[in-house]
Structure formats: structure tokens, C-alpha cells
Write a protein that binds this ligand. Structure first.
Ligand code: SF4
Length: 364
């Protein structure tokens, strides 16, 4: 499917850039006519022995990405962007070209860690300008600010629809698997095409409740394997609140200002995102955010779906436990390794967790 989308975008004269997780200035890429295709692994066994260039205690996301690039999996792309999400991805920016067989441009995108402050905004702006210069060399076209302004509006509308689909979950007649397939198509579709699909789904939101069963909040990195949703559904649960780094944590909490210098507006977007450990957000602020998301959704419990060996995600696990234990909300930690299918052991644990919630009733 991705190769069909890439071929179509290439016919339209757009360059394709592979983007590693998590956060990157998608508005800038759209404004410059660059088609972003995200690389979250991919799941399943590594596609080449190059994964062995990384230590066995590095996460599967980084190991699989290196193996994918080394095996020629990104041959249709024109460049790759490595955001500074963690040391592993930043290391890949060097490893992939030096040892991993990636011979096309490898751009870095550094985001500031921590909270909003003038120096951080200045830093984001200079990173945006630097990346825009690199993309201009790739595309042969400089960044045009009116186009950036249009792209900011386009992505704000995408965010609005994504937020609506997730927050009105009980009224949306889609299974979790279908909803997440739709949301994750934004990882490789041209944003205008993704917007049309989201708008179509949002028109299906009903006035009456159509999702029944045990509502859950899911927090984690990336919803892989996707069969986790089939398992939850079969157990009688559904996702009422999302805090996946790949999904809910990339939906801005408020829209950008309507006016002003587009580069300044885009710099500010970075600080409108929900708290995320990959940006070393303040833990207290993150716990407050999670608790409020949990309460608003009416969830009965939390599934913490974390990748094995992911330092940023695992740093926050004790705080999440403490926070939800204090709130009387059960938490299940589900560790994953980007496997293609959910293991029987994980499926059993999820089923048992949902069963225990059915007897317990809602938490507050
Ligand atoms: S899963 Fe965690 S450690 Fe691995 S690349 Fe992502 S943020 Fe980095």
C-alpha cells in the first residue's frame, strides 16, 4: 500500500522522505511538497542482519529500522529524517549512512527538551530554518511562507478531526482496529488525502452510544501489534482514551494562533503537544494530564503498552503506577517487542485484566 502511495506522490513531482519517530514538523514538509512516510520499525522480524549492529538491549524500533534501511527497504525514498527522540534514533542518523547501507541524505531534527521558554522557541525556529534549507536543496524549491501558513491550517484541521474521533469514541461506529488503521494511515498518506478520510469518518459519529463494553485508557509508544485491538474487542473492552506516542500524543492540545509569522507559529506548535517522555516533559504535568484524560473518558483501567528497552517510556512507568494506584485505577503493563502478532501470553493477560475490571466496576 505504501509503495502505491509513494509512486502516486512521485508522479505528482513530490519528493519522498522517510521519517523516524516521533515528532517532526509535518507542516514544513507539506509546505515544501515533501511526502513524509513514517518508519515505526517496521514490525515483525528484522529484515536484514544489520539489526545485529546494535546491541541486543536496544529497542526493536531502532533495530528494525536499521535493518529495513540496510535491506534497501527505503529505496523509493529520496532522504530520511531522524528526529532526536532518543539516543537510539539519534545514533541511527550516523549508523544508517556509515554502516547501514543508507546512501541518501540523512537529516537530523532536534527538538528542545522540557518546557516552553523563549530560548526553546528560538531553538525550534533555528532547527526549522535549518531543515527547510536542507529540504530546499533536496526539492530545488525554497520554503514559501504563505504555503507554510496553508500547511499549518491543514494540519490543524487534521488534528481537530483526529481529536474528535478519539474523544467521541463511544459514539463512533467503528471497531478499535478500524479506527487505528484509519488514524495510522496518516503515517504515509498525503495530508490532504488523510484529511478527506478523517472527515468522512467524523460524519459517521452518532448521537447515541454505539460502543459498549469495558472502556480502557491505553498509553504507550506505538500500537503494534495491531492485533492488540482485536484481542481487547474479543475480551469485551474498547479504547476510550489514547495516549500512544504515535497517535494521541501527536495531536496538539489547542490550535495554532490564526495570525503571525508562520515560522513562529510552527515553533509554538511544539509546546502545544500533550506531554511525552520522549521530550522529557515534566513528570508531574504528564501525570496530571493522564489523570484528566482518564477521568474525562470514563475509563475503568489503564493498559500501559511499552516497548521493551525503551528508556523514555520506561522512565515514566513508576510514576504512572503511583498516580493511578492513588486514584484507585488498575494498571496493566504490557511489554512488546514490535512482534507481528500478539503473543498468547499477552492475549491471556489482557483478557484476564478486562475480566477483572468487569467485576470491579468503574474507578474514580
Ligand atoms: S522505542 Fe523508545 S528507545 Fe526505541 S526508538 Fe522509540 S523512543 Fe527510542
Amino acid at each position: 500500500m505504501r509503495s502505491v502511495v509513494i509512486a502516486r506522490q512521485k508522479k505528482l513531482g513530490r519528493k519522498t522522505v522517510i521519517v523516524l519517530p516521533v515528532l517532526y514538523p509535518r507542516e514544513l514538509l507539506t509546505a515544501m511538497g515533501v511526502h513524509a512516510v513514517e518508519l515505526w520499525g517496521p514490525p515483525g522480524p528484522p529484515r536484514s542482519p544489520a539489526a545485529g549492529r546494535l546491541q541486543g538491549y536496544v529497542c526493536a524500533v531502532a533495530r528494525n529500522a536499521l535493518a529495513f534501511l540496510a535491506s534497501g527497504g527505503g529505496r523509493d525514498a529520496d532522504a530520511a529524517i531522524f528526529p532526536h527522540t532518543c539516543d537510539s534514533i539519534q545514533g541511527l542518523a550516523t549508523l544508517a549512512p556509515d554502516f547501514g547501507g543508507w546512501e541518501k541524505p540523512a537529516y537530523r531534527y532536534l527538538h528542545p527538551k522540557g518546557e516552553d521558554r523563549p530560548a526553546a522557541r528560538k531553538f525550534v525556529r533555528s532547527e526549522l530554518e535549518r531543515l527547510a534549507g536542507e529540504l530546499a536543496r533536496l526539492t530545488g524549491r525554497p520554503l514559501e511562507l504563505p504555503r507554510l501558513s496553508e500547511a499549518i491550517s491543514l494540519h490543524a484541521e487534521i488534528d481537530r478531526l483526529r481529536r474528535e474521533l478519539l474523544s467521541r469514541r463511544p459514539f463512533l461506529p467503528l471497531s478499535d482496529a478500524a479506527l487505528y488503521r484509519l488514524l495510522r494511515r496518516g503515517e504515509y498518506l498525503w495530508p490532504g488525502d488523510h484529511l478527506e478520510e478523517l472527515a468522512c469518518a467524523a460524519r459517521g459519529i452518532r448521537d447515541d452510544r454505539v460502543r459498549h463494553g469495558v472502556p480502557l485508557m491505553v498509553s504507550g509508544y506505538v500500537p503494534e501489534p495491531m492485533s492488540v485491538f482485536d484481542c481487547l474487542e474479543a475480551a469485551g473492552a474498547f479504547v476510550a482514551a489514547d495516549d500512544y506516542a504515535a497517535v494521541g500524543r501527536r495531536i496538539a492540545l489547542s490550535p495554532p494562533p490564526a495570525e503571525g509569522d508562520p515560522l513562529d507559529r510552527l515553533s509554538g506548535m511544539h509546546f502545544r503537544m500533550p506531554p511525552c517522555p520522549t521530550r522529557t516533559s515534566d513528570t508531574g504535568a504528564r501525570m496530571e494530564y493522564l489523570l484528566s484524560l482518564f477521568r474525562r473518558s470514563g475509563a475503568a483501567g489503564v493498559v500501559l503498552h511499552v516497548p521493551k528497552f525503551c528508556e523514555p517510556e520506561n522512565f515514566d512507568v513508576p510514576a504512572v503506577f503511583r498516580t493511578f494506584a492513588d486514584a484507585g485505577a488498575p494498571v496493566l503493563v504490557l511489554e512488546s517487542e514490535l512482534e507481528a502478532e500478539l503473543s498468547a501470553q499477552s492475549a491471556t493477560r489482557l483478557e484476564a485484566f478486562v475480566e477483572s475490571l468487569k467485576f470491579k466496576g468503574p474507578s474514580r
